[in-house]
Every structure is written in C-alpha cells, then in structure tokens.
Design a protein around this ligand. Structure first.
Ligand code: KIV
Length: 271
C-alpha cells in the first residue's frame, strides 16, 4: 500500500462533503513558499493567504493597511507551492467595500494573476450583494464573521463577539445571508462556543472556527501563532504546537557566538 498521503485536490465541493461526513477541516495561514509546501505536505486542507500578513510578516499593529498588491505577491507564491490544499486569499480592507464591481475586479485579479482558488471577505449581510456578484461570476467566496479584524477601530476592543443574545442573533442572521448569497464556507472568529455550534447547525456550508469552539466544521489558526513564532500576545484560542521563537533565537545566538569566536566555519565546511 502506498505510504504517500492521498493527493486528491481539495476543492470547495470537497469541503462541503467533509461537513456532510463529519470530517473536520484543518486550515492554517500561509504567506511564503517553504511554509506553504510544508503545510501542504502535512495534509492541511485549506491554506489562507491571510491579511494577517500585515501583523505577522510586516509587523504592523492591524491588518488595515494591507494592500491588494501585497496579497497578490503572497498569493502568487503560495498558490504555485501547493499541490493539494485549497488556496483562499483575503480581500484586504477597501478592496471590496466600495462597490460590487470593484470587488469583482479585485477578486478576479487575485484569481487570474495570483492563482487564488477562492477569496475571503469580512462582514455580513451588508456584503451579501458583493458575495452574490462574485459567486455569480465564478469566484468562490468564504465569509468571515464575529471578531473581524479589519473593523477593529469600529469595535474599539478585541473582546469576544456575540455574547449578548441580540448580537448572537445578528451574527447568525449574517451567516444565513452569506450562505444564501452563495458563500461556500464561513470563518467564525472569537465567539462563544455555543454560538459557533448554533451557527454550524443552522447552515449547510462549513464553518471554520478561530476561537469559536469545538463544534465548528473546521478550525483555522494563524501559522505564526501556532508555531510559537509570533509571541507579542497569546489569545486563549491559540495552541502552541512549537516554540519556534525560542528555537530560532537560540540558533541565531549560537551562530553569532560561533562566528565571533572563530568556531564557524570549520575545515569540513570550507573548500
Ligand atoms: O488574516 C487571517 O489570517 C485571518 C484568519 C485569522 C482567519 O483572517
């Protein structure tokens, strides 16, 4: 029997089937070639080229100033590095809010020039017209509800969303309207587990949780967070699967010490 992981390409349709079978969907973010190759080889089902690139790659405080050109750059690299995972790219702030036509042009550019297989946009019912315009034009769309980082200045806080029944109901209605507009999946960020479960049961498309509890159809984390590489803050929903910041710091210090003390390179490392 082949030792190799099954290489059947993940599509929006396979995600729908996974939900039907109760097979949980594993998602992580990717921004560069080596990471994308490793994530794909590890069997991650969906790679999100997230606008979190603004924080974990560019060192910014928010995702708001991330540009379409930057998403094009990262997405091009990721999409050509992947064989199996579905590649979804974030529509950055102000690339889809102005009009459905502008959203279509920008999303289309991400597909044509950067190999994106789907786009993600933040927001609910107010963007259902945009979602419909994109999906009618053959562009698969993933929604994103709950704590939507592009709106952080409107929220004014990183607190859990949907704790009151009124806000929970609004998020549920947003999920229904994104589904009706044709979205193929919805990211649910930082909401109570009970609401994650309620939405997951109420809609037929997969829910992908990040701090939305165990009942979502899949989970996503920012890769730099789960690797323990981005350590500025540590939300409760991030599990560290490695301590890469510590490991890298140790490696860099050892290298500096070896060079400064003349221990590197040795004869077998020279010509
Ligand atoms: O930009 C991003 O990485 C995201 C995930 C946190 C879902 O939107």
């Amino acid at each position: 029997m082949s030792q190799h992981r099954e290489l059947k390409k993940v599509t929006t349709e396979s995600l729908r089937l996974m939900k039907g079978k109760g097979r949980k969907i594993a998602c992580l973010t990717a921004y560069d070639a080596i990471m994308a190759q490793l994530l794909d080889e590890a069997g991650i089902d969906l790679l999100l080229v997230g606008d979190s690139a603004g924080t974990v790659i560019q060192g910014l405080a928010t995702t708001i100033s991330v540009t379409l050109d930057q998403m094009l750059y990262h997405c091009k690299i990721v999409s050509r590095s992947v064989k199996r995972a579905l590649v979804v790219v974030d529509l950055p702030f102000l690339s889809f809010q102005v009009s459905a036509e502008e959203a279509l042009r920008n999303a289309g550019t991400l597909m044509k020039e950067a190999g994106a297989e789907a786009v993600k946009l933040e927001g609910g019912a107010v963007f259902s017209g945009v979602v419909k315009r994109l999906t009618d034009s053959g562009i698969p769309v993933m929604g994103h509800l709950g704590l939507t980082p592009q709106s952080i200045h409107s929220f004014g806080t990183y607190r859990v969303r949907g704790e009151s029944e009124e806000e929970a109901r609004r998020i549920l209605e947003d999920a229904r309207s994104l589904e009706e507009a044709g979205a193929f999946a919805i990211v649910l960020e930082k909401i109570p587990s009970a609401l994650g479960k309620r939405i997951t049961e109420a809609i037929e498309i997969p829910t992908i949780g990040i701090g939305a509890g165990p009942d979502c159809d899949g989970q996503i984390l920012v890769t730099h967070d789960m690797l323990g590489l981005f350590t500025k803050f540590h939300p409760r929903f991030v599990r560290h699967y490695a301590n890469m910041a510590e490991d890298m710091l140790h490696a860099f210090k050892s290298y500096a010490d070896d060079v400064q003390k003349g221990r590197f390179p040795e004869e077998h490392e020279s010509y």
